[in-house]
Design a protein around this ligand. Structure first.
Ligand code: RFL
Ligand code: PHB
Length: 396
């Protein structure tokens, strides 16, 4: 089998790329190792930037997002027992974000691709990508118990942090910059209405907490926990009590989250990582395959979308003009945005979490930074502009 663009991985990056290429009349094949139900149910991101929403609409995946997505015009920061709202539109020339779960984005893109797009194979586990420094790279994969090959003009590795595409770049040609954090998140999904209409990011002496949502009836909540935490050690009651303690307000001691049945519980480690360059020969890396951010800034899915928007435009440019100029610029173009998001995600993480080895001095620096955001429109604008994301041209 042969295709123009072989896409390894059917997460948000691979699926959105396939749709954008389809719209530009460029054929592609998506190979995804997991089954459809698994990919559609993997609980992850919840916040979409304006540019991600625009790209999903351009890809034809805007209908349910526009009907069910919840626009948010700000976030609340809680620290020192007080609440401060950061308003996005007034600080960012009218930009905002949307609550629409990654699971729903993935379901919408899969339905479209299966309806009228190029091949999308589930249960197709890519074993290796070869010949990326030749004109016809090859993807070798296992599907329905048989070894198969797909020859391509280009290969895009959208196979996430543990993917194999990255390893097709010789070690001497790539550098990975990394940071791990001395804490993790315990995330829960609960059948409980969100307590507030926007997200609440809380700094407290007991550690960080985040109140997010999936719908008017379902809350998504996170607690900072020690690395290596077993979710089984956290009973439902302990989780709710700890969340209430971390969100506590000095002037509203009666304030409590609305409790409900906890339907999912998991622990996720926090990491920052960037692999450079994001292109080698005819192989391009996009999304988590190239970079990881800790989730505190809500950037991961949005960076994945930005990469494939840039890449789809570059493929379309090559198809219409024959020029590889934009493909050649892909890595540099993306890395500017990636490092901005890395900085912001690391800033949000280290400003809001309590490191186990922290001193009183460290905590006072965090509180001073948070007070500066609450008091100064300039400091608040810096946070707001990073949170809603850099503008990007989403026309392909
Ligand atoms: P994915 O989603 O990991 O998809 C990669 C796909 O590749 C497949 N795969 C293979 N397929 C074939 N052959 C192989 N050898 C393969 N190896 C892997 C995998 O099965 C998978 O389907 O990467 P992609 O597409 O780059 O998307 C990235 C996002 O998923 C990720 O950045 C976000 O979820 C991060 N993130 C958040 N991002 C946001 O923008 N906003 C948020 O609010 C937000 N919250 C989060 C998050 C990530 C979280 N976790 C669990 C890490 C909250 C959490 C809890
Ligand atoms: C989520 O809703 O899962 C979510 C929201 C904001 C974040 C991280 C995760 O910063």
């Amino acid at each position: 089998m042969h295709t123009t663009v072989g896409i390894v991985g059917g997460g948000p990056a691979g699926l959105l790329l396939a749709r954008l290429l389809h719209g530009a009349g460029i054929d592609s094949v998506v190979l995804e190792s997991r089954d459809r139900a698994y990919v559609e149910q993997r609980q992850r991101a919840g916040i979409l930037e304006q540019a991600t929403v625009d790209a999903l609409r351009a890809a034809g995946a805007g209908a349910r997002l526009d009907a069910e997505g919840i626009p948010h015009d700000g976030i609340e920061l809680r620290f020192g027992g007080r609440a401060h709202r950061v308003d996005f539109p007034s600080l960012t020339d009218g930009r905002r974000v949307w609550v629409y779960a990654q699971t729903e984005v993935v379901k919408d893109l899969i339905a479209l691709q299966l309806a009228d797009g190029g091949p999308l194979s589930f249960g197709a586990e890519v074993r290796s990508v070869e010949g990326v420094d030749t004109d016809h790279p090859v993807i070798r994969y296992l599907h329905e118990g048989r070894e198969k090959t797909l020859t391509c003009d280009y290969v895009v590795g959208c196979d996430g942090f543990h993917g194999v595409a990255r390893t097709a770049v010789p070690e001497r040609e790539r550098t990975t910059y990394e940071r791990t954090y001395p804490y993790s998140w315990l995330g829960i999904l609960a059948e409980a209405p969100p307590v507030y209409e926007e997200l609440i990011y809380a700094h407290s002496e007991r550690g960080f907490a985040l109140a997010s949502m999936r719908s008017p009836a379902v809350s998504r909540l996170y607690l900072q926990v020690e690395n290596g935490t077993d979710p089984a050690d956290w009973s439902d009651e302990r989780i709710w009590d700890e969340l209430d303690a971390r969100f506590a307000l000095a002037d509203a001691p009666e304030w409590r989250l609305k409790r409900g049945r906890i339907t999912q519980k998991s622990v996720l480690p926090m990491r920052s990582s960037v692999t450079e360059p994001m292109r080698y020969g005819r192989l391009f890396l996009a999304g988590d395959a190239a970079h990881i951010v800790p989730p505190t800034g809500a950037k991961g899915l949005n960076l994945a979308a930005a990469d494939v928007i840039v890449l789809a435009r570059a493929f379309a440019h090559r198809a219409t003009t024959g020029s590889t100029e934009l493909l050649d610029a892909y890595s540099d173009t993306c890395l500017r945005r990636v490092w901005r998001a890395e900085h912001f995600s690391s800033f949000m993480t280290t400003t809001l979490h309590s490191a186990p080895e922290r001193s009183g001095f460290d905590t006072r620096l965090q509180l001073s930074q948070l007070e500066r955001i609450a008091d100064s429109p300039h400091a608040a604008a810096e946070l707001a502009q990073n949170y809603v994301g850099l503008p990007i041209d989403t026309t392909i």
